[in-house]
Structure formats: C-alpha cells, structure tokens
Design a protein around this ligand. Sequence first.
Ligand code: C2E
Ligand code: MG
Ligand code: MG
Ligand code: MG
Length: 279
Amino acid sequence: RAKGQRGESCCCYEEGMDAAARRRRLLAGDLRQAIARGELHLLYQPQRSLRSGKLSGYEALLRWQHPRLGFIPPDEFIPIAEESGSIFAIGEWVLEEACREAQRWPGGEKVAVNLSAVQFSKPDLVATIHGILAETGLSPRRLELEITETAIIEDKLRALHCLRQMKAMGIGVAIDDFGTGYSSLDTLHSFPFDKIKIDKSFLLLSDTSAQARAIIRAVLALGKSLAIPVLAEGVETEAQLRILENEGCDEAQGYYFGRPGGPPSHPHSDLTQKTAVNT
Ligand code: C2E
Ligand code: MG
Ligand code: MG
Ligand code: MG
C-alpha cells in the first residue's frame, strides 16, 4: 500500500513536471511569432524625483497577450525567451519601440529600458543601440538602460567594455533589483552606474520589518557616499514614501505614484496627480 501511494505521488509529480515543461515549450515556440503577430506591447510606469516632486521618467515594461492563454507575465516569459534565444529579437523590438515612443513625449522625460543579461552576449549590442537611437532620433541622454548584476558576472570585462561605450554615448545605466541576487559592493565600485534601484522586496517588507528598513538605509548611505542617486521601487503606500523621504532617497517608483500604463503621449495628460492607469 505504501508502495502504491509512493508510486501515485511519484506519477502525479512527474505529470506536473510534464505540464510545466510542455507549457514552457509551447510558450518558447509561440514567442518566436509574438512580434510578427503584434502580441507584444509596452506599458510605462512613472518614476518620480523625491527632491523636486517632479516626474523624472518612465520605465518601459513588456507585456505579452497570448492569443489563447491570455496575459503571460514577463517574469514567466522573459526567462523562456532568454533560454530559447528569442530575447535578442524581443530585446531589440523593446528598445526600438520605447525609443520611438519616448521621442514623442511632450514632457521630454527619460525612458528606462530593461536589458537582459543574455543580450550582453551578442557582440553587436552597442552598435544595435546606437543604430536605434540614430533611427528614432531619441537623444541618448533620454535613454536609461536597467541591468541586473547577472549581466556583469558572466563576462565581467566584456560587460564593463559595453557599459563604458554606452556611457560614452551619453546613455544612462542603472543597476536594477539591487540587494538581491549577486549584489556585491565590488560591482558598484567597478562599474560607472548612474543609478541604483533598490529591489521592491525591501519596500514591500519595510512596513513590518526593521531589518528591511535598515537595508534601505544602508543602500541610501552607500549611494550617497558613492555619489550615485538611488531610486526605490515598489512604493505602494504613503507610509513607505515617508520612510524614503526621511532617509533622503532621490527617486521612487511604484503603484503609489502610478501603475504601468499607456504612454504619456497626450499633451494634456496630468501627471502631477496620482495616475492609476490600468495594467
Ligand atoms: P523590474 O525591471 O524590476 O520591474 C519592476 C516590476 O515591479 C514590474 O513588474 C512592475 O510592474 C512591478 N512594480 C512596480 N511598482 C510596483 C509596486 O508598487 N508593487 C509591486 N508589487 N510591484 C510593482 P513586471 O512589469 O511584471 O516586470 C517584471 C520583471 O520582468 C521586471 O522587473 C524585469 O526584470 C522583467 N521585464 C519587464 N519588461 C522587460 C523587458 O522589456 N525586457 C527585459 N529583459 N525584462 C523585462
Ligand atoms: Mg527594471
Ligand atoms: Mg527591479
Ligand atoms: Mg526584476
């Protein structure tokens, strides 16, 4: 009986694995057609300067509307795109779309674009970005690339070389999800980052956890001593905003200021009030 039970759970477990693997395989295949079929689009989430109170930019966030399965979150399909190689075409599409869109913004805000670590493995990454800026006419000063430390640890020298070229072009480079993953102080020391983005997990915990608040404080102190502005992501409440203001945080982003939404192209879109655009 015990044996039978084990057999059963073993069988269900494997079936579960199969379903997950099947879904990944299906999504990997469908992702290849997603651009051509117009299933991808970008949403833009506001970033706010806490010093001036003004809007400083928008982060472009990718969305995939699968024709049969509906909305697939980027945390699910980006890793699949990275594994299957679609990330190169998708990453290029995102950059071009975001630059083209930002070029039309009446306020001239910055646009922040996420770059996958895998994209760094392609030798023509910098040339591609250069070409997209030339083609769309967006000033490099208005583009900020968000990268995680994973992009750096793979091939440190190459990544450093790429980042320096990007900076030389006038593009800003932000380190995303700081405090998670492979965060090391060495990274901050060796790379010329323009911004540190504190991972949203610390903000979400900050209401209840003194440790999370201590980490936020430590990252802010670090940014201050290295003269790198710090942006906190995942700000959802007024209380969280107060903490950041008290600690001297430079910028913030989160549902409190606005969810990812449609582009701010409309000349009369009022961004001084809390925007609650649909996701
Ligand atoms: P990320 O770059 O760290 O982006 C921030 C994520 O936090 C976004 O999730 C955003 O919608 C969410 N967020 C913003 N404010 C709040 C808040 O107040 N509370 C909470 N709980 N969440 C908030 P999203 O759009 O689902 O994207 C998830 C991740 O997928 C991104 O994390 C990024 O790593 C990746 N991603 C999204 N778009 C792209 C893209 O175009 N290219 C690449 N390579 N990765 C992308
Ligand atoms: Mg990001
Ligand atoms: Mg992040
Ligand atoms: Mg992230």
